[in-house]
Design a binder for this molecule. Structure first.
Ligand code: BES
Ligand code: MN
Ligand code: MN
Length: 454
């Protein structure tokens, strides 16, 4: 049986198996899920054995283990490194899920559940593609190294250490990743750029403890007011970020790239529908595609402080907090940006409060050329799975490992995304389209098969 027939005849089996994977709540940010993380790592390791990998290791790190495997039995053939993550974002707020987050359910041609698109479903696409090649041909057509981590959703904090200490083990001719999206349904896409991400937390302290707002209000600084005023000054009226120097190192888009990106079949109406807000807003002077993929941003992720319980409580809080992040683009430097952001925030605050500023994680942006012949093979493979020619896109999200690998090994990074922009990654009712899941397995198997041919 050839591998495409094998894949076709294993549709039900593969889907059932993916559901098993999705039932494991491998939420990396919460320590209560440590045992689930361990189970998920073991699950991935078992599937790799099933796909013919003889060497599979679960490698502990300071937080969550890596699954590292290799099958190097195709002498003279290229070696690829496949990367993915088995950890997921928390499912909260649980009430907003139509079916439970960790009880995967098919509805309307989609599979719903936390991790379906980001990234367990996409990892499974590769596991099943490799298995199909192994089972139908008796061996893999190329050399494959695999690294699947459990800390992506918390910033890949311990991964870099492993990479630098295990360069030989990871070295490959190309990196292959499926942790991104297609531009739109039916438009297979290869991503050649990602934004970087710095994540900060700010803690403002005024009075040394909460105070009665009637007795003290009017004569003492309110940290929430001060935090809000500071935050309001982080953008100007054109939605430029006001941090001095923030844009200094931003590479300007070439006229050619700008034209190509803006000519993609990106539909504002679809984007608006996905967003669901009464209107859009963004940096003046740029198109939405440029704003999303090629411009740096500063975002508020959370803000809290004071009384947030039921009813009212008259209080001047001692503290106010904010979680802030900056998405970065080439050639911004995360360390330099972090210093600029801290300096700016401190300068905006009055002397009447203290400020604690923390950098929780930092990650570089990535953009690369796609002239290497491997991209032609990727286009053909995607055509096998989706019947359409792929487009080259950039995306706004961040995958720290891609940048790290590209910097370390200077090899082509092939990002084949099988998610869709409206599949609710990180949100309730996350799902993956079954068409993309099954088409993905066929595409990836075709890609690996083609890489094994001269
Ligand atoms: N798979 C995403 C990254 C992504 C999403 C890339 C959409 C392109 C399009 C990944 O799991 C993710 O969520 N990354 C985080 C960064 C991380 C450091 C927490 C992100 O982008 O917020
Ligand atoms: Mn992901
Ligand atoms: Mn994610």
């Amino acid at each position: 049986m050839n591998f495409l027939d094998y894949i076709e005849s294993h549709r039900e089996h593969n889907l059932d198996e993916l559901k098993d994977f999705l039932r494991i709540p491998s939420v990396s940010t919460k320590s209560e899920h440590k045992p689930d993380i361990a189970r998920a790592a073991q699950w991935v390791a078992d599937r790799l054995h099933g796909a013919g990998f003889s060497k599979v290791d679960i490698i502990p790190t300071k937080i969550h283990p890596l699954v590292v495997a290799e099958s190097l039995e195709a002498p003279g053939k290229p070696t690829i490194l496949f990367y993915g993550h088995y950890d997921v974002q928390p499912a909260e707020p649980l009430k907003l899920w139509t079916s439970p987050a960790f009880d995967p359910t098919v509805r309307g041609g989609n599979l719903y559940g936390r991790g379906t698109a980001d990234d367990k479903g996409q990892v499974h696409i590769h596991l099943k593609a490799l298995e199909a090649l192994q089972k139908s041909e008796g061996k893999l057509p190329l050399n494959v190294k695999v690294i699947i981590e459990g800390e992506e959703e918390v910033g890949s904090v311990n991964l870099w250490d492993f990479v630098t200490k295990n360069k030989d083990r990871l070295r490959a001719d190309a990196l292959v990743v499926s942790d991104t999206s297609m531009l739109a349904r039916g438009v297979p896409s290869i991503t050649y750029g990602l934004r970087g991400l710095n994540y900060y937390q700010v803690e403002i302290t005024g009075p040394s403890q909460d105070l009665h707002s009637g007795v003290f209000g009017g004569a003492v600084p309110n940290p929430i007011t001060i935090l809000a005023e500071m935050i309001a000054k982080l953008h100007d009226k054109n939605f430029h970020v006001t941090v001095p120097g923030f844009y200094d190192d931003v590479a300007t888009l070439s006229a050619k790239e700008r034209k190509a990106l803006n000519a993609l079949p990106w539909k504002e109406s679809e984007f608006r529908r996905t967003v669901g807000a009464p209107g859009l807003s963004g940096e003046k002077g740029f198109t939405n595609v440029e704003r999303l993929w090629c411009r740096p941003t500063l975002e508020l992720n959370g803000i809290w402080g004071g009384y947030m319980g039921e009813g009212s409580k008259t209080v001047i809080p001692s503290k106010a907090f904010a979680k802030i992040s900056t998405r970065l683009v080439p050639d911004q430097n995360p360390a330099k940006i972090a210093k600029q952001v801290e300096r700016h925030i401190r300068a905006l605050l009055p002397k009447t409060v203290h400020c604690k500023f923390g950098l929780l994680s930092a990650g570089k942006p990535w953009v690369a050329s796609y002239t290497h012949p491997i991209f032609q093979k990727a286009i053909h493979a995607l055509e096998k799975g989706f019947g359409k020619k792929a487009v080259f896109i950039r995306e706004g999200g961040s995958i720290p490992f891609v940048t790290q690998m590209h910097d370390t090994f200077k090899v082509p990074c092939v990002l084949l995304g099988f998610g869709l922009p409206d599949e609710n990654a990180h949100a309730p009712d996350e799902h993956i389209s079954l068409e993309n899941y099954f088409g993905g397995i066929k595409s990836v198997a075709s890609f690996y098969s083609a890489l094994g041919q001269p």
